[in-house]
Design a protein around this ligand. Structure first.
Ligand code: ATP
Ligand code: MG
Length: 574
């Protein structure tokens, strides 16, 4: 491809809305353009990378016997109503009506649609197991679309659905998928970690997330340095313990705390550590107000609370000021469990019940109550674990100390069990002619997010450094002075030679300064650069690997061999 013809609208300035390197460089390198918030167009270079990732995914899916098909993005509401997710998905689902007022959505995922597709066709156990996938556009009206391709409202996903006779079969399909995902992300060059995930809106039992590591990743991961335990912070069990204290229960006492609201302010005011406080968080749940009590030195894990309440994410939010005032009778910052309005459902993290003589909000502006004790002073629903893990907590598997890290979720595998086959009545006939429920799995790879996650790991201050496996082009032949015939001639010769060997080459034939050409090649991240300049008449060119910096002069006949070496060093053949 001639760069003089390439549609590559690069930007010199860093777009102000871009925080992450991937977002910044995808825009600057002219690989994507924003249409509206969370919706992007993929321009030629970006689209080539996307197709490379898609093809890696395709090969690995085909290798485990998954078959590709393509479903519609438009889905009728009826199927979603059958599974109960028409409402559960909440505002994240893009809904629309046709001219006959019939309701549809733009698919955020396809469990219902795949189950419906196979249920009338799958009759006998002989047709199982079945493994299908598609690479398709998904729509989710995310609350906060951000970070470029990381969290979009329209994005590309590979989603696979497995259908098995029983739990054992489902587990086997799950293991196959796990293996395929390890291959996919390894081939994409990613440093990743597989962690236990929460099943969230998908339902079902086991789930694992594939996290591309990044210090600025959106997800937090807890992992053990001594055993293989690793989980998202949403899922990780918090082993934080408070031993039952045997100290005497003291008399409850109201204390004036003018304008002292936060735990930080309180610890300073009382001059005692945050362990002696209990936080009361007021939430608005589904048609009810909740007071959630946790030890003052810890954070609430909302996902665990959602699980306990058995409601979807969009039905839980922190209560507004008006609600807090109504149920506590006090300004924000003074909520507590004692004498709170009867309408409130009180939920207590188990550890609070072991604490003695703690301090809570007084449900009266500018007052707290000290020497409060569970049972004697208030009651609630006790939940084993509502806390977010933190660095240093005990590993739930081996007891060693947990560490925290960050990453971006690029893939997710789920064991769904019979959730969708129950809802949509998808059965097969077993050997004895008896109808049995199909066991399902659902497995996603965020193709467009993977593209961003790769850049997060492969960039420097000049631009992207693509691994060869996903690079839009493998090499660029930079003709330093395109007006010089000998330089153009040698450049074109190299371009043809390399192209004929299956190497994807750009030739920079633009009538630009050499500096501009080098800067662009670095920005768009082409792995190999061959510069043809003054020494063209001696058949000498400059060879450099992006990200390594060391420039060497070689004979033009040596270029192909050198390129092959670079491929080999990245585990690829050409
Ligand atoms: P997240 O927790 O990041 O919102 P999710 O768990 O809802 O993601 P899944 O339903 O598991 O996502 O979707 C499968 C894959 O699709 C994810 O692993 C992720 O890589 C990708 N993905 C999900 N949501 C988005 C999005 N809004 N933009 C880009 N990619 C996404
Ligand atoms: Mg997920």
């Amino acid at each position: 491809m001639k760069m003089s013809k390439l549609y590559m609208p690069t930007l010199r300035e860093v777009p102000s809305e871009a925080e992450l390197p991937s977002h910044k460089y995808l825009l600057r390198a002219g690989m994507i353009r924003k249409l509206v918030s969370g919706v992007y167009s993929y321009l030629p270079l970006g689209y080539r990378v996307m197709k490379k990732i898609e093809n890696i995914v395709r090969e690995e899916m085909d290798n485990i016997g998954s078959q590709e098909l393509l479903m519609s993005a438009i889905q009728p509401s009826e199927l979603w109503k059958e599974s109960g997710r028409w409402d559960d998905f909440g505002p994240e689902m893009f809904k629309l009506k046709d001219r006959h007022e019939r309701e549809f959505c733009l698919g955020p995922t396809h469990e219902e649609i795949f189950t419906d597709l196979i249920k009338d066709e799958l009759k006998s156990y002989k047709q199982l197991p079945l493994n299908l996938y598609q690479i398709q556009t998904k729509y989710r009206d995310e609350k906060r679309p951000r970070f470029g391709l990381m969290r979009c409202r329209e994005f590309i996903m590979k989603d696979a659905y497995t259908f098995d006779m029983d739990e054992e079969g489902m587990t086997e399909s799950y293991r196959d998928m796990w293996r395929a995902y390890e291959n996919i992300f390894t081939r994409c060059g990613l440093d990743f970690r597989v962690v236990e995930g929460d099943s969230g809106a998908m339902g079902g039992s086991d789930s694992h997330e594939f996290m591309a590591m990044s210090v600025v990743g959106e997800s937090e991961i807890a992992y053990c340095g001594d055993c293989d335990y690793a989980a998202t912070d949403e899922k990780a069990i918090c082993e934080y313990k408070i031993e039952v204290s045997d100290s005497k229960e003291l008399e409850k006492e109201k204390v004036s705390t003018p304008n002292i609201k936060t735990i930080e302010e309180l610890t300073e005011f009382f001059n005692i550590p945050s362990e002696n406080f209990v936080k009361t968080l007021i939430y608005q749940g589904k048609d009810e107000v909740l007071a959630v009590l946790i030890p003052g030195n810890r954070e609430l894990n909302e996902v665990k609370l959602l699980k306990h309440l058995a409601i979807p994410e969009h039905e839980l939010e922190l209560a507004d000021e008006e609600t807090i005032k109504r149920v506590t009778g006090a300004n924000v910052g003074f909520a507590g469990p004692i004498a709170i309005s009867d309408e409130v459902r009180v939920i207590v993290d188990k550890r609070v019940t072991n604490m003695k003589n703690f301090i809570v909000g007084g449900n009266e502006t500018d007052y707290h109550i000290k020497n409060v004790n569970y049972n004697r002073d208030f009651h609630g629903e006790i939940v084993e674990d509502l806390l977010l893990v933190r660095e240093g907590d005990k590993c739930p598997k081996c007891g060693s100390s947990l560490k925290m890290d960050r990453g971006n979720e690029v893939g997710n595998i789920f064991q769904l069990g019979t959730k969708y086959s129950d809802a949509l009545n998808a059965t097969y006939l077993d050997k004895n002619g008896k109808a049995q429920k199909i066991y399902m799995g659902s497995h996603g790879v965020g193709i467009s997010r993977t593209m961003a996650a790769i850049i997060e790991q492969y960039h420097d201050d000049k631009g992207i450094i693509w691994p060869l496996s996903v690079a839009p082009y493998h090499a660029v032949v930079t003709v330093i002075n395109a007006k010089k015939e000998d330089q153009m001639e040698l450049g074109e010769k190299l371009y043809k030679e390399l192209s004929s060997k299956g190497i994807e080459v750009l030739i920079d034939d633009r009538k630009e300064r050499a500096g501009v050409k080098f800067t662009d090649a670095e920005l768009i991240g082409i792995p190999i650069r061959i510069a043809v300049g003054r020494k063209a008449n001696e058949n000498i060119v400059e060879f450099v690997i992006r990200g390594e910096g060391e420039k060497i002069e070689i004979k033009s006949e040596e270029v192909l061999g050198k390129v092959k070496e670079v491929f080999k060093s990245q585990g690829l053949d050409i």
